[in-house]
Design a protein around this ligand. Structure first.
Ligand code: TRP
Length: 450
């Protein structure tokens, strides 16, 4: 058994249930909610896409999040070590451990680049450089920023540096930071959303989000909606396994899971209601939709008195939300290297973060800065493959592991349900059949197999 001991990690345990929930919310809420969800929903035509996304959260996300947490608490080690010990050294499950950790590393490489953008926008808000931008010019401004190679690499490097620094300090630091900043971010989003709705009304945005027009759905958008459900909940690569492994026995995982899913979904929908009214209300042309987080709001901030400061505050908080997510992407890599390769946490962090940084440089240069990387579309491809294929396939396998490999005795006691109870049987049905089948159907549909 690769139990934790000595300097390889005995200090790691959450101080309280709330601390755990906050850290998980910190991991889940990030650029996925604020940057990615609004823009992919926009690209996929809203309505039906949102429906599939919500359905996936419910029938796949929630059961699997519980599955991950109990696998983690049961195994009490890094992702690889957990699968290794719980499957009694089975090569397939050990391979899955490596696969999940690699997917996380790939996600982090491009995630850190986008997170870096928030730093630049923070600085530019303060310096007043965003001040003169209008509906017509915000897009161009963004385009020239992402086309600047040095800046891209610089901010990416800075962000990876922050992430590595926190990882070295252990999980307590994650808790402390997230505990204060998440609620502030939440309030600020709420206020900005209020201003958008006040200025432009909710009508068109609400009907865009919730008028379910299924004729718009393609197999691509269905896969993307499901992939995003995994991405946004930090599922399908074992984050919750690793966080769950630090979880004391006394905490009720179902309640924790419910909170995480609720907050995450709520913030994603609020993010849309913060940006869409501006797009619809000003007839903004959304050519580069990936820039939405940076373009729509700039227009709004510029119309407000003291907008530069609000803008700076906002991007700083988004940077923190991203940081609490990047931490959760680096932690699996570092705990794997330090526990399995018996390296000090410091060396493991340097190695893991270094390799990911290098990959990220390719992403940073792929938005116009380098012709070669732009043509390859490194960042878009990495995002596409990891979110839509890596996480979904990882997720099904984790679900199968929780449902079929762990004993009922273990899972029911971790969930604190009687085996005969409806809640337990409902969960087991989901992780054994419903969730894997749902994802499988989506994948087969995408592959045009029916
Ligand atoms: N969920 C985060 C977001 O929405 C991103 C993230 C953090 C993530 N850890 C993850 C995505 C693990 C997939 C897997 O921004």
């Amino acid at each position: 058994m690769s139990k934790r001991h000595g300097k390889h990690g005995s200090k790691q345990e959450w101080s309280s249930g709330i601390g755990f929930i906050i850290a998980c919310v910190g991991s889940a809420v990030g650029l996925g909610n604020l940057w990615k969800f609004p823009y992919i929903t926009y690209e996929n035509g809203g309505g039906a896409f949102v429906f599939i996304y919500l359905l996936a959260i419910l029938v796949v996300g929630f059961p699997i999040i519980l599955g991950e947490m109990i696998i983690g608490r049961h195994g009490h080690a890094n992702i690889f070590g957990t699968f290794k010990s719980l499957s009694k050294d089975h090569p397939f499950w050990k391979g899955l451990g490596i696969f999940l950790i690699s997917v996380g590393a790939l996600i982090l490489s491009f995630y850190s680049v986008v997170a870096g953008w928030t730093l630049e926008y923070f600085i530019k808000s303060l310096s007043g450089e965003l001040g003169g931008l209008t509906v017509a010019t915000v897009g161009k401004h963004f385009g020239s920023f992402v086309g600047n190679g040095w800046k891209q690499v610089f901010y990416h490097t800075l962000f990876m540096g922050f992430t590595a620094f926190i990882i070295l300090k252990g999980t307590r630091r994650i808790e402390q930071a997230v505990k204060i900043l998440m609620p502030v971010l939440f309030v600020l989003i709420f206020v900005i959303m209020g201003i958008s709705l006040y200025n432009f009304g909710a009508g068109q945005s609400l009907s865009f989000l919730f008028d379910f027009d299924f004729s718009k759905l393609t197999s691509h958008s269905v896969l993307e909606a499901v992939g995003h459900a995994f991405f946004t909940l930090s599922l399908g690569m074992g984050i919750m396994i690793i966080y769950g492994s630090y979880l004391p026995k006394k905490i009720h995982v179902v309640r924790a899971g419910l909170w995480i899913v609720f907050f995450d979904t709520f913030i994603a929908l609020m993010a849309c209601m913060m940006m869409y009214p501006i797009i619809f209300g000003t007839n903004m042309e959304v050519k580069e939709s990936a820039a939405m987080l940076f373009t729509t709001l700039t227009v709004q901030f510029n119309a407000l008195p003291g907008g530069g400061f609000i803008s700076a505050g906002f991007y700083m908080l988004v940077a923190f939300a991203a940081l609490s997510s990047t931490i959760s992407l680096l932690e699996p890599v570092v705990s794997y290297i330090s526990e399995e390769w018996r390296m000090s946490r410091k060396k493991a962090t340097a190695l893991g973060a270094g390799v990911i940084w290098l990959l990220g440089v390719g992403c940073a240069l792929s938005n116009g800065a380098s012709e070669f990387f732009t043509k390859l579309g490194v960042m878009d491809k990495l995002d596409y493959f990891t979110s839509n294929w890596g996480l979904t396939v990882g997720g099904i396998l984790i679900s199968i592991f929780a449902g079929w490999i762990l004993t009922k005795q273990a899972t029911s006691s971790e969930l604190e349900y009687e085996q005969s109870s409806l809640s337990y049987r409902g969960w087991l049905f989901c992780v054994r059949y419903l969730s894997p089948l749902f994802v499988l159907i989506v994948i087969l549909y995408k592959l045009n197999l029916f």
